[in-house]
Design a protein around this ligand. Structure first.
Ligand SMILES: [Zn+2]
Length: 110
């Protein structure tokens, strides 16, 4: 994937994430504001929104990091082993910072 396409897709992802973060943030806030009568259900909703908000924020950081790698001219290289990340992987996940091997090694370590 050429860097122009990659940047376009990443910026598109960023715009979408910003939109869902705005919606989730609003949902989380209205959840907390509602009457204490149904606080139980509302808290669960707000908790879910907060969890999704956290995941979206995490993804947003990943996309921003990928855009930074584009700026630095190292986009498409694995952040761990330095080898080229396969084209198919970047097609599926343009924000991927690592090749499949390094990514799964990293996830196993958690
Ligand atoms: Zn690697």
């Amino acid at each position: 994937m050429d860097t122009v396409t990659a940047r376009m897709r990443l910026e598109h992802m960023l715009a979408q994430l910003d939109r869902s973060i705005a919606i989730l943030r609003r949902d989380a806030l209205t959840g907390w504001d509602r009457s204490p009568a149904d606080a139980g259900a509302v808290l669960t909703d707000a908790d879910r929104s907060l969890a999704m908000l956290e995941a979206a924020g995490e993804q947003r950081r990943t996309v921003l990091a990928a855009l930074r790698r584009l700026d630095e001219g190292v986009y498409g290289r694995c952040a761990d082993c330095g080898h080229a990340v396969p084209e198919g992987r970047l097609e599926a996940r343009p924000e991927a910072a690592r090749c499949v091997q390094c990514q799964s090694r990293r996830e196993r370590r958690r």
